[in-house]
Design a protein around this ligand. Structure first.
Ligand SMILES: NC(=O)c1ccc[n+]([C@@H]2O[C@H](COP(=O)([O-])OP(=O)(O)OC[C@H]3O[C@@H](n4cnc5c(N)ncnc54)[C@H](OP(=O)(O)O)[C@@H]3O)[C@@H](O)[C@H]2O)c1
Length: 320
């Protein structure tokens, strides 16, 4: 496992980190508490030292609670990031509320669930249209000054919002969606972060499992599987994405790796990317993703991947 600086905190994070959304069990059916705990604990043997969670992950914070149980006395070996500003309402709908008082309450609740007195990184999960980004950022700055977090990050903001954020609070990390099919940040937010030394930790590196190469062409997603709502998993888009996966598999196999390893490797080697937040709900999944670290693509393999992406063409993965 290789490690990269987390902005200017002095900490280093593994370039493959564990994304702790699937262990919350909401949209990724088929989780069990024992497997979720084993997934977090597998990180120790894999050299993964960064866990990404959020106040919102789980109907009542299951992700954060499971992390606390899994780490036990080894909490200090992990760089823990959590997020505030989004929650699930009583109907289970994702709700934006980034008012200062909400951020403070959620942060304090997250610390209790995580059984810790501070996290290393606290993100604004998303902007809230009714609250100026600067107001949310100012509260995160106060929480940092009070020692509740070592550093502050922001997720799901555009460059204008990132500018506004940094006027109110030093920004250590940015967390956008990014993978072979979702590359919007390459034109603006990624160079913006690179110029300022802001770490970029990306979510959906496997496009919710699509790029892990185990989705069958005739796969039907059940009503409790949120993937059925994304264009990437439907109709012609799905078939074209699976054509891409087939081409990637050929490159991966010739290189002695799995598609997952190839995709994670490609992601963490894109300029400006600090780490891939790889979601997993079973130990073998995060073990495979961790295998994306520690090796380099040859120039020929990189060219073959670019050709596969060119043949795929522009993707419409997340929005209709
Ligand atoms: N800031 C934000 O707004 C935001 C939003 C989303 C996510 N995140 C963070 O980013 C992390 C990653 O996102 P994600 O978990 O949604 O997506 P992801 O990492 O792209 O995909 C994870 C899913 O892929 C499948 N998978 C993983 N490894 C696999 C393997 N080796 N073989 C086959 N399937 C495999 C599993 O689903 P199945 O087994 O069910 O197929 C798993 O739940 C999250 O956990 C969270 O920490 C942040």
């Amino acid at each position: 496992m290789n490690y990269r600086p987390l902005g200017n905190t002095g900490l280093k994070v593994s370039e493959v980190a564990l994304g702790c959304w699937p262990i919350a069990g909401i949209t990724s059916p088929g989780t069990s508490e024992a497997e979720s705990i084993a997934t977090v604990q597998a990180c120790f043997e894999l050299g993964i030292n960064h866990l990404d969670t959020a106040y919102m992950y789980g109907r009542s914070g299951e992700s954060e609670r499971l992390i606390a149980r899994a780490l036990g006395t080894r909490r200090d070996e992990m760089v823990i990031a959590t997020k505030c500003g989004l929650h699930l309402d009583s109907q289970g709908h994702q709700t934006h509320d980034a008012r200062p008082e909400t951020l403070r309450r959620q942060c304090e609740e997250s610390l209790r669930r995580l059984a810790t007195d501070r996290v290393e990184l606290l993100y604004l999960h998303a902007a809230d249209r009714r609250t100026p980004v600067g107001e949310s950022a100012s509260e995160l700055r106060r929480l940092m000054e009070e020692g509740k977090t070592l550093a502050v990050g922001a997720s799901n903001l555009d460059v204008r919002q990132l500018e506004e954020f940094t006027e109110a609070c030093p920004l250590t990390a940015f967390q956008p969606a990014y993978n072979m099919l979702v590359r919007d940040i390459e034109g603006d937010a990624l160079p913006w972060c690179r110029e300022r030394g802001v770490a970029v930790l990306v979510y959906w590196p496997l496009m919710k499992g699509l790029l892990a190469g185990k989705i069958a062409r005739d796969r039907r997603f059940g009503p409790d599987d949120s993937r059925r709502h994304y264009p990437a998993f439907r109709g012609e888009e799905l078939q074209r994405n699976l054509d891409l996966v087939d081409r990637l598999r050929a490159v991966a196999e010739a290189a002695g790796h799995s598609v997952t390893e190839l995709v994670v490797n490609w992601t963490i080697h894109q300029p400006g990317i600090t780490a891939a937040l790889c979601g997993a709900k079973r130990p073998e999944q995060i073990r495979e993703s961790a295998g994306g670290s520690g090796w380099e693509l040859t120039a020929e393999q990189a060219a073959q991947i670019e050709e596969a992406l060119r043949l795929r063409g522009p993707a419409n993965a997340v929005a209709n």
